[in-house]
Design a protein around this ligand. Structure first.
Ligand SMILES: [Zn+2]
Length: 110
């Protein structure tokens, strides 16, 4: 349904302008602020490390590029990870939206 962004009145489909405000109608009013998402809503693993110091240094490297990173052994207590996820060393994880950039930084192209 089209809405007038000014008076918020809802119009029938096919109407393009609000006759009252002379505003172009929009499909949706600006979304209300989303409820705060958990900090680590959509993590992906970008690297695995055997040793904590390796993992820490990679994490610090990402953070120096303003990429928020976490190590699996630090956040396990906060999240209900599948068991398989906890094996195989220390996982360096970032939010999905940062994953591509994180991989570039870790590959030395940052
Ligand atoms: Zn209007």
């Amino acid at each position: 349904m089209p809405f007038c962004p000014s008076c918020k009145y809802e119009y029938l489909p096919g109407i393009a302008k609000c006759p009252d405000c002379h505003m172009d109608l929009v499909d949706e009013l600006a979304a209300a602020p989303q409820p705060q998402q958990t900090e680590w809503a959509d993590l992906v693993t970008v690297a695995d490390f055997r040793y904590d110091w390796e993992a820490q240094s990679a994490k610090i490297r990402l953070q120096s590029y303003d990429i928020k990173a976490a190590l699996s052994n630090e956040i396990i207590s906060q999240v209900d990870w599948p068991v398989a996820f906890m094996t195989g060393g220390i996982h360096l994880m970032v939010n999905r939206e940062d994953a591509k950039r994180a991989l570039e930084v870790l590959a030395g192209e940052g």
